[in-house]
Design a protein around this ligand. Structure first.
Ligand code: MN
Length: 324
């Protein structure tokens, strides 16, 4: 190895060697799947299949696939976790920790080579080869790097899956890096329908979503003294609201709550099952949320992190307030 070669470059080289040699590959996406994990998983699978590799793609079965993601090219090839064979080469996409794979973690542990492709700063590198780059806006960007290194030409289906990850993880390019813009241009030039997919993935909700948002905003509280006076705003989405809609419909609430000018940090408590909460946190620029998420057993990015909690709404809100 060249001494100037970075860890990421060396990981990329190892991944290309492993994937190029593998005849069968298992690709795993994280629980409560988003467009970046499913898009990345379907994209790497599509590219490997073009090389003649047999690929299975799956995600944990404790959650359902959001309807919009089921429309991505290749989503019909996703297999149930109970049907996963578990090949000697396993690739995980966008999984910050092995726990995000729930029961499928065993498939990673049993693999000869486990390839971790991710952009979460909190990723501790649970694979035998770890391609983790927190400077990447999305995992799809890293998958594209691998596809290019494998010298597989992009088709519009794979490009669409990659675009899904780029457009959602950059919040419709609101915080996209120059690199993401360049990638998006390349994908659009290949024929991806950016307008259609942006609307489908980010701007389409059932009517009942409006009622859920109304209740969530009605619950919002501002805590000006939190985070050394930088301010916290939080809102609660209870199980009654999420049960009618599907868990993924509550994901966008934090994007409304975080527009509050008096708060550096926004938090939304979402009750996935009675007494079981997913806590989504967003910071504007000054607060690093990763240590806070870790205190509560979670992880994520500096400005976007989360964790799970159990208890009543008052209890889980109180746990957070005591830690900020
Ligand atoms: Mn991601």
């Amino acid at each position: 190895m060249n001494t100037t070669e970075t860890a990421a470059t060396s990981a990329l080289r190892s991944i290309v060697d492993v994937l190029a040699a593998a005849e069968h590959v298992t690709v795993l996406c994280h629980t409560r799947p988003d467009a970046d994990t499913i898009g990345s998983g379907l994209a790497i699978a599509g590219a490997l299949r073009r090389r003649g590799t047999v690929v299975e793609v799956s995600f944990p079965d404790s959650t359902t696939l959001p309807a919009a993601l089921a429309e991505l090219p290749g989503a019909d090839t996703l297999v149930e976790p109970s049907e996963v064979v578990g090949h000697p080469v396993v690739v995980t996409v966008d999984c910050a920790s092995i726990h995000r794979l729930e029961s499928l973690a065993a498939v990673v542990e049993a693999a000869q080579s486990s390839v971790v492709i991710d952009h979460h700063a909190s990723n501790d590198g649970f694979g035998t080869i770890n391609f983790v780059d927190p400077t990447a806006d999305c995992t799809a960007e890293l998958v594209l790097e691998i596809i290019d290194a494998l010298e597989v030409p992009l088709d519009v289906e794979v490009a669409t899956c990659l675009y899904a990850g780029v457009v959602t993880d950059t919040g419709s390019f609101k915080w996209a890096s120059p690199r993401s813009h360049r990638i998006a241009a390349r994908l659009l030039e290949l024929g991806v329908d950016g307008r259609r997919w942006t609307r489908r993935l980010l701007d389409t909700h059932r009517f009942a979503w409006l009622t859920m948002v109304a209740a969530a905003l009605d619950s919002a509280e501002l805590v000006p003294h939190a985070f050394a006076g930088r301010g916290l705003v939080y809102a609660v989405v209870d199980h009654e609201s999420t049960a009618a809609l599907g868990w993924e419909e509550s994901e966008s609430v934090v994007d409304i709550v975080r527009t509050t000018s008096e708060a550096e940090v926004a938090v939304v408590f979402k009750e996935a099952l009675p007494g079981q909460w997913t806590v989504s946190m967003r910071a504007k620029s000054e607060v690093d949320l990763v240590p806070l998420a870790r205190i509560h057993g979670g992880g994520g990015h500096r400005l976007a992190a989360g964790y799970g909690a159990t208890g009543t709404a008052t209890e889980v809100v109180g746990q957070l307030l005591r830690s900020v």
